[in-house]
Design a protein. Structure first.
Length: 365
């Protein structure tokens, strides 16, 4: 089962509405798609979006890593020796976590196809359905309230509210407006995307607690490198705190866990470099009683399907934030995970269950 060819192509799909966070505004979902073909004709799919402000990866750097480093490393190799292949890939270069994730998910697609099982069953098979939240981009309180109501009417019971772009007062008003508009039964998660300082994060979270806004969790309130500040916030508030941008590697996860700097971890394949390392992070967290979420960048259903398979396979992954494909104006993917409102239904075909991706069918390789 040798790797015969590795091809890439870019895709760009407009969003239904601009995606705004404290870090960036996105109008199009851009990514590099990868297709790994074996000598028996089987195809494995992967995807890597450029998220320069978080991972440092651009379209150009992703393509360069795949073509210049990973392709020479993998061509002609037996995909069934995937431990060797993935170890070699991770050791071949520092960083480029999104490019590594694209290759990783394509390899896992192939080995689970060869096993005759959907990937989530190959990885553990804990469940075959997930419930995702829906993200409310940072805008005026009024617009965010209107967006929240629309998502709830579409069936979503969990909302992720983006804040951290300007003042704390404005952020609290945003959350208050959303809570007032959607009622008390909807779960609200708050994501500051590193937008606060530790002291103001503590002050704002305590105020939200005193106001009875009933926030399920607050994600990445401080800068990614500020582990001391993250721990200060976690220790000072009752609301659970989740680390996101602070956790790329298993080593970083270990440091967060060792110091009890956060109550939960958000695992993203584009940060961890794929499923191989993501499993290590989750296993470590589970041993210490720390639950994990699986999230994504702005990705199509190729990468989100891989993330969903991973999330569905593990007991300790108790939350998912995998709404990105629902934000796209067009869907270029055939097969993969399906959405029924907030419910994500895993495909039962062997592998990822991706049957085709339009940019490749157009011959742009």
């Amino acid at each position: 089962m040798e790797i015969r060819s590795i091809d890439t192509v870019r895709q760009s799909v407009p969003l239904i509405k601009p995606f705004k966070t404290a870090l960036r505004t996105v109008h199009h979902a851009e990514s590099v798609l990868i297709r790994i073909t074996l000598n028996d004709g089987r195809v494995g799919w992967g995807e890597a979006p450029p998220t320069v402000v978080i991972t440092g990866d651009s379209l150009e750097s992703i393509e360069a890593a795949i073509a210049g480093t990973f392709t020479p490393l993998l061509l002609g190799k037996n995909v069934l020796a995937y431990e060797q292949l993935l170890q070699a890939m991770h050791q071949s270069m520092v960083g480029c976590s999104s490019a590594k994730a694209a290759v990783d998910m394509a390899i896992y697609d192939l080995i689970s196809q060869l096993s005759g099982m959907p990937l989530y069953k190959f990885l553990g098979g804990y469940r075959d359905r997930l419930e995702t939240d829906f993200t409310v981009s940072v805008n005026s309180p009024e617009e965010m309230g209107e967006d929240a109501v629309r998502y709830v009417k579409s069936g979503f019971c969990v909302l992720k509210i983006k804040v951290g772009k300007d003042s704390i007062e404005q952020d609290i008003e945003r959350i208050r407006e959303v809570r007032q508009r959607v009622g008390s039964e909807i779960k609200i998660r708050v994501d500051a995307n590193q937008g606060w300082q530790a002291k103001e994060a503590i002050r704002s979270i305590r105020r939200m607690e005193d106001m009875g806004l009933n926030i399920e969790l607050v994600e990445q309130p401080v800068k990614a490198h500020d582990i001391d500040g993250l721990k200060r916030v976690t220790d000072a508030v009752e609301t659970p705190v989740m680390a996101d941008e602070s956790v790329f590697s298993p080593l970083q996860a270990f440091e967060i866990i060792r110091r009890r700097a956060a109550d939960m971890l958000n695992i993203k394949l584009m940060k961890s470099g794929g499923i191989y390392k993501a499993q290590l992070i989750n296993q470590m967290a589970e041993e210490f009683g720390i639950e994990c979420m699986v999230g994504s960048m702005i990705e199509s259903r190729v990468a989100v399907t891989a993330a969903a398979h991973f999330a569905a396979s593990k007991k300790n992954i108790t939350r998912v934030d995998l709404d990105a494909p629902l934000m796209l104006l067009h869907d270029l993917v055939t097969g993969g995970v399906k959405y029924d409102g907030p419910t994500m239904i895993l495909p039962q075909e062997a592998g990822l269950g991706i049957l085709g991706v339009k940019p490749f069918s157009m011959g742009a390789v």
